[in-house]
Design a protein around this ligand. Structure first.
Ligand SMILES: Cc1ncc(COP(=O)(O)O)c(C=O)c1O
Length: 406
C-alpha cells in the first residue's frame, strides 16, 4: 500500500487551487529514474515529470552546472544580451537545421508564440482573418488561444468564447485537410504534434508529414510542429518529425529541453525567422540565464552520454516486452509510440491503474481515459525497463480480468 500522507495533505489543500486530481502521494526527492515520497517509499519513475526529466533526477553534472549558474546569475532582463541564449539557440539551430529561436518558459507559451507568428505571417501578406489548421485530439496547452487549438472538448468546457480562426481536421488524412481548406484564402498555417501526447500517444505517419510539407509549400502556409512533448530526443531523433526527413517552419519546444527547469522555445526556419520584430513579442522570464544553462547542459549531457541511442534501445526493448506480455490480450487495443514515448491503449477506461501502479512502486500516467502513457527519463536502463514491465503487465492482466474484459 502507498504510505499514509500527513493529514494536511489527505484532502485537497485549502490554499493551493484545486486544479489537479492528485494521487495521495507527496514526493520528496529522486535519484536517476527513482523517486521517494515523504514517507520513504520508493517508486520507479515511468512518467519523468510528464516527459520533462530528460536526465532523470539529481543528475550530478546538471546539478553542478545549475548550482554554479545560480551562484553567478539566475535572471536578468531581455533589455540586455544574454550570451547563454546565443549558445542554446545556436545549438538548437544546429540540431534542427532551422534558423533562429525565441525563448519563453512553458509549452503553451511556445505555442502562443507560434500562433502569433502564423497570424502575423498572414497579416504581413494582407490576410486580415488568418486561419490555422489544427487536429482532432490535439493538445497545445491551457491558455485561451492554445486551448482553442486543442482538440479536446473537456479542456475547452467552461472557457468559451474560444479564439476564432481554427479549422479542425482528423489525423493522417491528407484528403481531409485539402477538403477542409478548399477555396479558403485565409489559411496561413498547419499546426500539429508529430506524436500527440495528451490525446493518447497518436503518431502522425511519416508519409503524412511529407505530404503536409508539400501542401504547405504549394500553398505558402507555415508548417508548425509542436514538439513540446515528443521532442528533445525522446523518440530516438532530436525531434520526432525528423523521422520523416522533413523540416517544419516553426517548432515549439519545452518540457524536456531543461530537464526540469522551466523553459520553452520556438525554433523558426527561414520562412518564419524574421516575422517578429522588436516590440512584437516578449516575456519576462524567457531565456533567463538559469533556464538557458539548463538547456545547454541538458543537450551537452545527452550528447556525451548517448541518450538518444539509449531512448531507441530502451524504448525498443520496452515495446517488445509489452508486445510479448500483452499481445493478443482481450482488452488490449494497441501499443503505439516511438522510442521512450509509448502508449498502451486498452478497450476500457483505466485511470484506476495510476493508483494501483503507485501502490506497487511505479509511476505512470493514463491519458485520453484508456491509454497508459510511459514517458520516462532518457537515462532509463534496460534493467529498469524490465522492472517497469514486471510491475505493469501483471497489473494490466489483473485489471482486465476484474473488469471481465474477455
Ligand atoms: C504537445 C504539448 N504542447 C503543449 C503543452 C503545454 O505545455 P505546458 O504545460 O508547459 O504549458 C503540452 C503539455 O502537456 C504538450 O504535451
Amino acid at each position: 500500500m502507498t504510505a499514509a500522507l500527513p493529514p494536511h495533505l489527505e484532502a485537497a489543500s485549502p490554499h493551493v487551487m484545486n486544479t489537479y486530481g492528485r494521487l495521495p502521494i507527496a514526493l520528496s526527492h529522486g535519484q536517476g529514474c527513482r523517486v521517494w515520497d515523504i514517507n520513504g517509499k520508493s517508486y520507479l519513475d515511468g512518467l519523468g515529470g510528464i516527459a520533462v526529466n530528460t536526465l532523470g533526477h539529481n543528475h550530478p553534472r546538471l546539478v553542478a552546472a545549475l548550482q554554479a549558474q545560480i551562484g553567478q546569475m539566475i535572471h536578468c532582463s531581455n533589455y540586455y544580451h544574454i550570451p547563454l541564449q546565443e549558445t542554446l539557440a545556436a545549438k538548437l539551430v544546429e540540431l534542427s537545421g532551422l534558423e533562429n529561436v525565441f525563448f519563453c518558459s512553458t509549452g503553451l507559451e511556445a505555442n502562443e508564440a507560434a500562433l502569433k507568428l502564423a497570424r502575423k505571417f498572414g497579416h504581413d501578406k494582407g490576410i486580415d482573418f488568418p486561419e490555422v489548421v489544427v487536429y482532432e485530439k490535439a493538445f497545445h496547452g491551457r491558455s485561451i488561444a492554445t486551448l482553442s487549438a486543442t482538440g479536446n472538448p473537456k479542456v475547452q468546457a467552461g472557457f468559451g468564447p474560444l479564439v476564432e480562426g481554427f479549422i479542425r481536421v482528423p489525423l493522417n488524412d491528407i484528403e481531409a485537410i485539402k477538403a477542409a481548406t478548399a477555396h479558403n484564402p485565409n489559411v496561413v498555417a498547419v499546426f500539429f504534434e508529430a506524436i500527440q501526447g495528451e490525446g493518447g500517444v497518436h503518431p502522425m505517419d511519416d508519409q503524412y508529414l511529407r505530404d503536409v510539407r508539400q501542401l504547405c509549400d504549394e500553398r505558402d502556409w507555415l508548417l508548425m510542429i509542436d514538439e513540446v512533448q515528443c521532442g528533445m530526443g525522446r523518440t530516438g531523433k532530436w525531434f520526432a518529425h525528423q523521422w520523416s526527413g522533413i523540416k517544419p517552419d516553426v517548432m515549439p519546444l519545452a518540457k524536456g529541453l531543461g530537464s526540469g527547469v522551466p523553459i520553452g522555445a520556438v525554433v523558426a526556419g527561414p520562412k518564419a525567422a524574421h516575422i517578429f520584430q522588436p516590440g512584437n513579442h516578449g516575456t519576462t522570464f524567457g531565456g533567463n540565464p538559469l533556464a538557458m544553462r539548463a538547456g545547454v547542459e541538458t543537450i551537452r549531457i545527452m550528447e556525451e552520454d548517448g541518450l538518444i541511442a539509449n531512448a531507441v534501445q530502451t524504448g525498443d526493448h520496452l515495446r517488445a516486452a509489452f508486445t510479448r506480455e500483452l499481445g493478443g490480450l482481450a482488452g488490449l487495443k494497441e501499443i503505439r509510440g516511438r522510442g521512450l514515448m509509448l502508449g498502451i491503449e486498452l478497450t476500457i477506461p483505466c485511470g484506476e491503474l495510476l493508483k494501483r501502479a503507485a501502490d506497487q512502486g511505479l509511476l505512470i500516467s493514463v491519458t485520453a481515459d484508456s491509454v497508459i502513457r510511459l514517458v520516462p527519463s532518457l537515462i532509463m536502463t534496460i534493467a529498469e525497463a524490465d522492472e517497469m514491465v514486471a510491475i505493469l503487465c501483471p497489473l494490466i492482466h489483473q485489471f482486465l480480468q476484474e473488469k471481465a474484459v474477455s
